[in-house]
Design a protein around this ligand. Structure first.
Ligand code: ARG
Length: 465
């Protein structure tokens, strides 16, 4: 980028050129040039509308559209020189247009300001990215359903306080992740509704004296409605805050999946194998295979939460209408977009490749008295009040700890020390499969229910995609 000349777009009022450092300090072209496509799309709609209402002639409009289309090709083929002194993506493209088509290029900005232009560009940009995010969430969810179906019968320990609690099926555990992502999907889809309103026409802040047709630009750009208030239109960035809030909540969920994968892949848990292509080794310890992908996703949550906080602070106390502060919305927003897309992609690629070590999971569930609640429920069915049953099983567990035996490993005589209501059929409930299969209701962990949950989930996804 050249830095020799200073901006002359507003030269009329100024007695000296912009200080070279100030020009760089106030510029945004380094990071807003990624919105070039949206900027051109917005300008095309604006030019067509100006033509329809008689502000531009058909010939002028044709020149503008031709020029903009050439500029888009120049940018995409790397033949466009972005300049810092032209400050931002909007003025770079406008200046290039004038250079290409002459004086008609200077007419494009009639009835428009960079304030409504930039607000439009960001909304177009976020709308497109929300659609990518929604599609990627669905791809990850499909991977989860696939693995959950495959592991519907796999028994593992379920935890509370990270202590063995009750046996669950691995498929059921995975479908808990699915549910979290479903709500994330809804949050992004809901955010999209408020993104999809068109601010173009608000001009600098008060609207414009030209007879503009906002309904027309709304339709051309695929928005659902024009914004209602010009002051709000140019200054509102709450849709970006909402996007970062939805992103932060989703990242929080992803840190939870990540943490579990990291634990499960450890030698201590040894529940899963993450294929080598998703891991890296150590430069010093030859035995190491590190779960980098989930670790990085867990770590990247920090920057996304940070961007939410940046945007909230950026908007705080801003008086109406547009303030230059708002130029600072882009880097946090863009980085949040890039980060969550990367995390979703990595997870969507990796999840279907997770290999469950079924024997180890089962073995772990056999330790830790995971069927204690099943024994209590059994004793209750024999007519003993639940609180007494709790006490009986507590004593049996204390005995098991002392003898280093799980409940299912005790003999009938041993179990009968704690209650004479216990008979040979007790072993049906002390098995892991008996335990999970008994929880056979909507939302329960029974393999049968996992398969039904997968069916419902698939139906939901096909309605969404
Ligand atoms: N680059 C600016 C931004 O990102 C565009 C709007 C500038 N408007 C202005 N009045 N200086 O917000």
């Amino acid at each position: 980028m050249s830095e020799e000349q200073t901006n002359q777009q507003w030269g009329g009022r100024f007695n000296e050129p912009t200080d070279a450092f100030v020009a760089r300090f106030t510029a945004s072209v380094q990071f807003d040039q990624r919105m070039y496509k949206q900027d051109i799309e917005g300008s095309v709609a604006h030019a067509k509308m100006l033509t329809k209402v008689g502000v531009l002639t058909e010939a002028e409009c044709a020149d503008i559209l031709q020029g903009l289309s050439e500029i888009q090709s120049d940018i995409e083929s790397g033949n466009f020189e972005w300049s810092i002194e032209l400050e931002d993506v909007h003025m770079n493209i406008e200046a290039a247009l004038t250079k290409k088509i002459g004086v008609t290029g200077k007419k494009l900005h009639t009835g428009r300001s960079r304030n409504d232009q930039v607000a439009t560009d960001i909304r177009l940009y976020v709308r497109e990215e929300v659609d990518h995010v929604l599609a990627e969430i669905i791809r990850l969810q499909q991977g989860i359903i696939g693995l959950a179906r495959q592991e519907a019968d796999t028994v593992m320990p379920g935890f509370t306080h990270l202590q063995t609690a009750q046996p669950v099926t691995f498929g059921h555990h995975l479908m808990a992740w699915f549910e979290m992502l479903s709500r994330d999907y809804e949050r992004f889809a809901d955010c999209r509704k408020r993104v999809n309103i068109l601010p173009l026409g608000a001009a600098a802040l008060a609207g414009t004296t030209y007879p503009i047709d906002r309904q027309m630009t709304t339709e051309l750009l695929g928005f659902t409605a024009p914004t209602e208030n010009s002051l709000d239109s140019v200054s509102d960035r709450d849709f970006a805050i909402e996007f970062c809030a939805a992103s932060s909540i989703m990242m929080m969920h992803m840190t939870r999946y990540s943490e579990e994968l990291v634990m499960w892949a450890s030698a201590q848990f040894n529940f899963i194998n993450l294929p080598d292509r998703f891991c890296t080794g150590s430069s010093i310890m030859p035995q190491k295979k590190n779960p980098d992908v989930p670790e990085l996703v867990r770590g990247k949550s920090g920057r996304v939460y940070g961007h939410l906080m940046s945007l909230l602070t950026l908007m705080k106390s801003q008086p109406l209408a547009y303030n230059k502060d708002n130029q600072e919305d882009k880097e946090p927003l863009f980085d949040a977009i890039d980060t969550i897309k990367g995390c979703l992609r990595a997870f969507a690629d990796m999840v279907p490749a997770i290999e469950a070590k079924r024997e180890n999971m089962r073995e772990a569930a056999l330790r830790g008295f995971s069927t204690a609640t099943d024994l209590a429920d059994y004793v209750v069915r024999k007519g003993i009040p639940f609180r007494d049953a709790h006490e009986i099983v507590g004593k049996a567990v204390a005995y098991g700890i002392e003898q280093n035996k799980d409940l299912g490993e005790m003999t009938l005589e041993e179990l009968q020390q704690f209650s004479d209501q216990i008979t040979a059929d007790v072993f049906d409930v002390l098995t892991l499969d008996g335990s999970v299969s008994a929880r056979d209701h909507i939302g329960g962990t029974a393999p049968n229910q996992v398969r039904k949950a997968c069916d419902r989930a698939e139906r939901m996804l096909s309605a969404r995609s």
